[in-house]
Design a protein around this ligand. Structure first.
Ligand code: FE2
Length: 553
């Protein structure tokens, strides 16, 4: 309500609207109106009968209204006589004052009484304009004539009509102002709500930041908006130092980025919203090339600066003012929370991945012959998931499942894992337990539940001759069928204690041979079409790392 009150004071009531409303009311009551203008002369209003034209357009009427001008200007709610039977009631000033300004034209209501029919002045007017007096008198509508006694009440009625018209116009203005401000508030609240619903890192940061700039641009009606992020915050990762822009600043992004960096340097000192306009002399290089006025709000969280939200020039050409500061500050607070959430999410993800890698390294370390195996299976699994058309989330989960697919080997004795000769029945039984042990390990970690199918079923075969359950065909979950192929490919491509590795052609030949027996035939076909260079690159990296490790040991 405070905002509305302020706007009414600023806007006021439109005097032309009041005057027009009053004239409309009087015309509907068949009251003739005349517009008095000292320089141009009187003229009749929107309608009028012949008698009205004769009188108002006569030189006598002009002469008399000029003569009585001082009285007419001063009159308020009273009738002034021009000649017998002819009265004028000045309508209220369009400036809302009781009296009219000296030379300003204004409207009068023209009233006739019975005395008009017998006055000398009407004779004179008819004669000068070539009309027959008696014929004119015959044409006068008797209902247009009022008694002298009604003059006072008619003048009062006009005053009340003016008050009503004024009141109606005030209310109409209030409703329009409220409606406009409610619309703006609704837009701002919708924007803030939209922003808050995206806090839980529900979309990629670059999409979110670009969209937020776009939304702010629309609501604030700015020519352009931008978010410039600081360069000295390593936790921002790939977002560090980047700029996101909506609208057009009429320059290349580098120039806007240069301005953003200068603003960040200033915000490091002030930490406050900043309005740059004609009233202050802020020295920002190249600013005149992109905006006359600019609003900048820091992205702060616990006294730490992440970046700056800034925008320039209104689309309607008006100056950017502090009115938009609260909205921009709320937006900046929301963006800061979002960025912090993003950083926390990245931290957690990095910690999660680090834990998985540590886990797989400890598993691989137990088995001398499978060094780096889990990493390679994860990579092949991811490549196969991509080639099979899985979405990004599933591809990532297949990768993670590949990393931990053999985690159950932690529960298998090293002597069995490292044995070079043939396994006894009992030893093979122990080996076959690792998918079950792995499943039990991951069952206690809710965040890894969706990785379990790859761990539990990567030794199942399409023909049902695998382990631990002997599932067949599509009863084997997709992650199990993908990792079965990835695991077998790496096993065949690597030296093991009990046999030498096969070359790539040999491996691919075996996979083609085992389509529909060991492997899902569709996945095998996709696999055989895949470009395997990333796998060979990883093998090289692992080989160099292992050699380095041996040399430094
Ligand atoms: Fe395995």
């Amino acid at each position: 309500m405070e905002i509305m009150h302020k706007s009414l004071l600023t806007n006021g009531v439109n005097p032309h609207a009041v005057e027009a409303r009053l004239r409309q009311r009087l015309l509907s009551l068949n009251i003739t109106l005349a517009h008095l203008d000292r320089s141009r002369g009187p003229r009749i209003g929107e309608s009028g009968q012949l008698i009205d034209h004769l009188i108002i357009e006569s030189s006598l009427f002009r002469k008399l209204t000029n003569h009585h001008w001082p009285n007419l200007v001063q009159a308020h709610g009273t009738a002034i006589s021009m000649w017998p039977g002819l009265w004028l009631i000045p309508l209220p000033s369009k400036h809302g004052e009781k009296n009219h300004r000296d030379q300003d034209p204004f409207w009068v209501a023209v009233l006739y009484t019975d005395a008009l029919l017998h006055c000398e002045q009407l004779h004179q007017v008819c004669e000068r304009q070539g009309h027959d007096y008696h014929a004119i008198v015959q044409q006068i509508d008797p209902t247009c004539l009022i008694s002298e006694a009604q003059l006072k009440s008619t003048a009062s009625m006009i005053t009340w009509l003016h008050q009503d018209a004024n009141e109606l116009t005030i209310q109409s203005t209030q409703i329009q102002t409220m409606s406009s401000e409610l619309h703006t508030l609704h837009e701002e609240l919708s924007l803030l709500h939209k922003l808050s619903t995206h806090f839980p890192v529900s979309q990629p940061p670059d999409v979110f930041l670009s969209q937020t700039c776009e939304d702010l641009l629309q609501v604030m009606r700015l020519s352009w908006t931008a978010v410039q992020l600081v360069e000295d915050e390593p936790r921002l990762n790939e977002l560090s130092g980047r700029i996101f822009i909506a609208g057009s600043a009429g320059c290349d992004n580098q120039l806007l980025q240069h301005i953003g960096r200068q603003l960040i340097a200033m915000e490091h000192r002030t930490h406050d919203p900043m309005l740059v306009d004609d009233t202050n002399q802020v020295d920002i290089k190249h600013l005149p090339q992109v905006a006359k006025t600019l609003l900048a709000v820091p992205l702060m969280r616990e006294n730490k600066l992440f970046g700056i939200l800034f925008g320039g020039d209104k689309t309607d050409g008006s100056a950017v003012s502090t009115i938009g500061t609260p909205l921009c500050t709320s937006m900046a607070a929301g963006l800061s929370i979002y960025l912090e959430n993003t950083m926390l999410y990245d931290d957690m993800h990095a910690l999660f991945l680090g834990t998985l890698h540590a886990l797989t390294s400890s598993v691989d370390a137990k088995d001398t012959y499978t060094h780096g195996h889990s990493e390679r299976v994860a990579l092949i699994g991811r490549m196969l998931a991509e080639a099979a058309g899985l979405d990004d989330h599933m591809i990532e989960r297949v990768y993670l499942s590949g990393l931990v697919h053999d985690v159950g080997k932690i529960g298998v004795p090293e002597t069995v894992l490292s044995k070079t000769g043939p396994l006894t029945t009992e030893e093979f039984y122990l080996i076959k337990q690792h998918p079950i042990i792995g499943t039990r390990i991951l069952a206690d970690i809710p965040q890894m539940h969706d990785l379990i199918p790859g761990v539990q079923f990567h030794h199942e075969r399409w023909d049902g001759n695998g382990y631990p359950e002997g599932r067949r065909g599509y009863d084997i979950p997709l992650f199990g069928r993908i990792l079965c192929l990835a695991d077998s490919f790496d096993a065949m491509s690597s030296d093991r204690g009990y046999r030498q590795s096969l070359d790539l052609n040999g491996v691919c030949h075996n996979i083609a041979q085992c389509k529909g027996t060991q492997f899902d035939p569709d996945l095998a076909d996709i696999f055989l079409q895949m470009e395997l260079q990333p796998y060979h690159d990883l093998v090289k990296v692992q080989y160099r790392a292992a050699r380095q490790e041996r040399m430094s040991a």
